[in-house]
Write a new protein. Structure first.
Length: 292
């Protein structure tokens, strides 16, 4: 009963933190490029996690390091850039709704790679979810003709990587402390992020003289501390005390939080898109519930 209550508390906290991360990305992009944002987010998070978790690295068996590398790339490094790139063209609220495809992709990935069987209910959920996604993208492109909804592909690709990552953590890193997993992930990806930051023209007068730079840097710091560093440790713990699909269900509540932020920030959202979002969440619910 205690674990049951704790996992729901973790789920709610993560939903609020990650639901707010989309608007933080949007605000950060006002003074940074997508590559600068992705690199800074990775570097700041890495410095925090390695400061507090460096001593935990020696507790990780050598056989686990290859999975930590793969987990770091799929769960942190690549999505940090992909979400930033996506939000240069699509609204933060839309990105958050598309992100709710993670549980669906967790089911699909588990079936394709780990041969986890699916019920008819789950298959129906996947189909409904993808129909909702298609409607959301098509109506979004009509409502916002100035936005390039091809960039939604970056979010969808990220949800597939997140789904792979959550299965990797549950299958291969179950016995590793959450802080050790997070620190191990970033031990691999901080240096590549620093290289990208150097080649992104970050260290130039053009960047630092941008009037929006200071605010953007504050936003990306908040995003890194709460939306990445703290949230990663909480998420890895949630995966370990629950299941991959339950942990990925954090995306049930995230779109609600992100939509509220988006509306406050003046983003347009149509009734049809609302119905499409509901379809996605219904699909996620059906795929999550294993009972026929």
């Amino acid at each position: 009963m205690k674990d049951l209550n704790i996992k729901w508390i973790y789920l709610l906290i993560l939903s609020i933190i990650w639901g707010s991360s989309f608007i933080l990305i949007k605000k950060s992009l006002l003074g940074l490029t997508a590559y600068q944002l992705g690199a800074l987010r990775t570097i700041i998070t890495g410095l925090i996690l390695l400061t507090f978790g460096f001593n935990k690295l020696k507790t990780i068996p050598k056989s686990k390091w290859k999975w930590l590398l793969l987990s770091g790339l799929l769960g942190s490094f690549i999505p940090a850039f992909f979400f930033a790139i996506a939000e240069t063209e699509i609204d933060s609220a839309v990105a958050s709704i598309l992100n709710s495809l993670v549980p669906l992709n967790t089911i699909l990935f588990g079936f394709a790679v780990f041969k986890i069987t699916s019920t008819k209910r789950q298959v129906s959920g996947v189909i409904i979810g993808f129909i909702g996604t298609a409607i959301l993208i098509l109506k979004g492109s009509e409502l916002n003709p100035n936005q390039n909804y091809i960039y939604a592909g970056f979010v969808i690709a990220s949800t597939i990587m997140y789904a792979a990552n959550v299965n990797i953590i549950k299958r291969y890193l179950q016995d590793i402390k959450p802080l050790a997993i997070a620190a191990g992930n970033y031990a691999f990806i901080v240096i590549p992020a620093l290289i990208i930051l150097v080649f992104s023209d970050f260290f130039t007068s053009k960047t630092f003289e941008n009037p929006a730079f200071i605010n953007a840097f504050i936003y990306v710091t908040i995003l890194s501390v709460f939306g990445t560093a703290i949230a990663k440790v909480l998420f890895f713990k949630l995966v370990q005390i629950s299941t991959p699909v339950f942990a990925s269900s954090v995306t049930y509540i995230m779109p609600i939080v992100a939509l509220i932020w988006g509306i406050i920030d003046g983003e347009s959202f149509s009734f049809i898109q609302g119905l499409a979002a509901l379809l996605i969440l219904v699909g996620v619910y059906l795929s999550h519930n294993r009972k026929a």
